[in-house]
Design a protein around this ligand. Structure first.
Ligand SMILES: [Zn+2]
Length: 262
């Protein structure tokens, strides 16, 4: 009996540490920026992985956001303001083909929006940094697929550099080139202003934030976990909430509420 109680207490303690439902919710005047990468369709998802949120889970998450009164905005709409309390921006890094085939139908179904940060040179070998999780190039969006995504009217196009290089390890001239050339390439190809940027691997520092601003961007997102509490001051160091393929609806709601994973 006593051992049973001790075991129950230990399990409860461990679960509360893993899923900190008890943390103070962060005020809903602060918008949430959610970070996704791949959204594989039902047919090709194996075990859910960190960067791959199966389409059916993504659907449940966006449905939940819609049902519980969240307002959807692109990242640039957040920065333009003013925004309503309970505003959420969905973001996708790298530009995987399943963002069109699996995520877009979900966005349209729930009248949601998203910002997709695209690697400008998607044909060239990504030798330097590579893609997270060893994703093959074939999984990236083609130009025609990007156009289709943008024609939906619910997706903002952002840049994720030309070659997915880790900018924190590159010299300033290379950083400048990656920031400016990717912006121009994407603008020329897709005939839209590109004013939103995402640092590959989330790697940033003060001088990179300055370079992003000088390149003509109006915001830049990191992979640092959290919620931007001062959008204007933090516009080139925006924190995001990473949604993992392993998150269930309970953990998803906790992340949304407290603005971080732990
Ligand atoms: Zn990336």
């Amino acid at each position: 009996m006593t051992w049973g109680l001790i075991a129950a207490a230990l399990i409860t303690g461990w679960l509360s540490y893993r899923h900190p439902w008890w943390r103070r919710p962060l005020g809903y005047q602060h918008p949430r920026i959610l970070m996704y990468h791949m959204v594989p369709a039902e047919s090709d998802h194996g075990r859910p992985r960190g960067l791959a949120v199966p389409a059916h889970r993504f659907d449940r998450q966006v449905a939940y956001l819609r049902r519980s009164g969240w307002h959807f905005a692109t990242v640039s709409e957040l920065l333009e303001g003013p925004i309503l309390p309970k505003t959420v921006a969905i973001t996708f890094d790298d530009g995987y083909a399943d963002n069109l085939t699996s995520a877009l139908p979900v966005l349209l179904r729930h009248k949601a929006k998203a910002t997709v940060y695209l690697i400008a040179d998607r044909q060239s070998p990504l030798s330097e940094g590579g893609l997270p999780d060893g994703a093959p190039l074939a999984e990236l969006l083609s130009d025609d697929q990007v156009k289709e995504l943008l024609d939906s009217g619910v997706v903002e196009l952002g840049s994720h550099t030309s070659s997915h290089v880790n900018l924190a390890n590159a010299d300033p001239a290379r950083c400048q080139r990656e920031l400016i050339e990717s912006k121009h390439t994407l603008e020329r190809l897709f005939q839209r202003d590109v004013i939103a940027f995402a640092y590959p691997f989330g790697a940033t520092n003060d001088s990179l934030a300055d370079l992003a601003e000088q390149a003509g961007y109006r915001s830049a997102v990191t992979t640092q976990a959290g919620v931007p509490e001062d959008l204007d001051a933090q516009r080139f160091r925006l924190k995001r909430i990473r949604i993992s393929g392993r998150d269930n609806m309970i953990t998803f709601r906790i992340r949304l509420r407290i603005g971080r994973r732990r």
